[in-house]
Design a protein around this ligand. Structure first.
Ligand code: KG4
Ligand code: ZN
Length: 381
């Protein structure tokens, strides 16, 4: 890691807002994948926050028959649901559009049809109520959630593990991120989903694989830990998924025990890769920021997996670091994280024009090499 990682723009290094920055009441809208969500949060002048409402409507049932998210179905569902969800979020918070300080929406990365629906809705509200618009990067919202839930200060590390992303990010300040490593092929959630599909388990695959793994023997199948011996923090999960397929074909016809053993072996391999990489990321952090308590924040649906979490806890413990895991409903896609990121940007004056464009790809770190699992949050079919 180079010294460049420490960053040099003090304006973006703010931890909590100075006392003279007033609080902010923000509506947040999330529509980048298969959750339609709206929330209202209040960011207080001292930098702490309060969730006044957080309404999430998962579309899992609409997509289950297809074994993954179908972009057109998702976009149509967002159109059908969003107005009502915004109304409910406002009512539950007990506020009117007039009371808001800003309107925030995910502007990318994500499935473009859905992103357009959310961003256009936010623009319409912002225009009608004469409020500033904040176009939020979905990945930044995941990264900043731990500041809402656990008052984490910059700098810190984040591991985002979802169906669309798997990456280690160094968060140095609002709008200031360095991607330290990423999957070079499948996202880990995608690998869980594909493993589940090929073993005949339900969608979404992550929870199904975790359930099956509980009664399985994780050392029965010797599955690869790709890239583990290479330097850096990149990861690869496509080979692991293929190895499960080959092992399953060899063991066919599969008994319930075979399926459980394959799931457990897959989970062990995934946990090994992620925790080894986390240990390395934390060591780099300590080198770069001696004396700063290393914090690793986890986000994304896969962070709900107990075995992965255990691996990360061990990696953190080994170097005296703190693992911060926001509650599962704030780790997966939701409106509160968008509203919070909107508030963090708003108090720094980082608002957007009404002609801001939706962005299907939008890496957090514009200087990083493009990677499949990075600026993308694509269809999981
Ligand atoms: O963050 P998320 O809800 O949506 C995005 O992809 O943005 O993550 C969903 C992913 C899916 O791939 C799902 O299979 C995975 O997270 N997942 C899990 C678990 N719960 C959800 N993977 C492993 N174990 C789990 N318990
Ligand atoms: Zn997400």
């Amino acid at each position: 890691m180079s010294n460049e990682l420490a960053g040099d723009d003090p304006a973006l290094q703010t931890n909590f807002a100075p006392a003279d920055v007033a609080g902010a009441l923000v509506l947040g809208i999330e529509t980048s994948c298969d959750e339609t969500a709206a929330a209202v949060i209040r960011r207080k002048a001292d930098g702490t926050g309060e969730i006044l409402s957080n309404i999430v409507r998962s579309q899992i049932e609409d997509h289950a028959a297809f074994g993954g998210v179908v972009p057109e179905i998702a976009a149509r569902a967002h159109i059908a649901l969003l107005d009502g969800l915004v109304r409910t979020a406002m009512d539950e918070a007990g506020v009117a559009f007039d009371d808001l300080d800003a309107v925030a929406a995910t502007a990318g990365p994500g499935l473009i049809g859905g992103v357009i629906v959310g961003l256009m809705t936010a623009k319409a509200i912002a225009l009608a109520a004469d409020k500033p618009l904040v176009a939020v990067n979905h990945l930044e919202a995941h990264a900043l959630t731990a500041r809402l839930t656990d008052h984490v200060s910059f700098p810190y590390l984040m591991l985002l593990v979802s169906g669309g992303h798997t990456q280690f990010v160094l968060a140095r300040g609002v709008g200031d991120y360095v991607r330290l490593g990423s999957t070079i092929d499948d996202a880990l959630g995608e690998a869980f989903d594909k493993t589940a599909k090929l073993l005949g388990l339900a969608y979404p695959g992550g929870p199904a694989v975790e359930r099956a793994a509980k009664t399985g023997n994780g050392s029965r199948f010797d599955l690869p830990r790709p890239l583990l011996n290479r330097p850096g923090l990149d990861m690869s999960f496509a080979g692991l998924k293929t190895a499960v397929r080959v092992a399953a074909e060899r063991a066919a016809p599969l008994s319930d025990q075979d399926v459980a053993d394959l799931c457990a072996s897959f989970q062990e391999a995934a946990a090994d890769v992620v925790s080894q990489r986390a240990g390395r990321a934390l060591a780099l952090f300590e080198e770069e920021y001696p004396g700063v308590e290393p914090v690793l924040v986890i986000a994304g649906g896969v962070a709900a997996n107990q075995r992965i979490r255990e691996g990360l806890e061990q990696a953190a413990e080994a170097v005296g670091a703190r693992l911060v895991a926001p509650p599962p409903q704030l780790c997966t896609d939701n409106g509160a994280m968008i509203a919070w990121a909107g508030a963090e940007r708003f108090v720094l004056g980082l608002v957007d024009e009404l002609d801001v464009s939706p962005r299907p790809r939008w890496p957090l770190d514009a200087t990083a090499q493009p990677m499949l699992g990075d600026g993308r949050k694509g269809a999981k079919v």
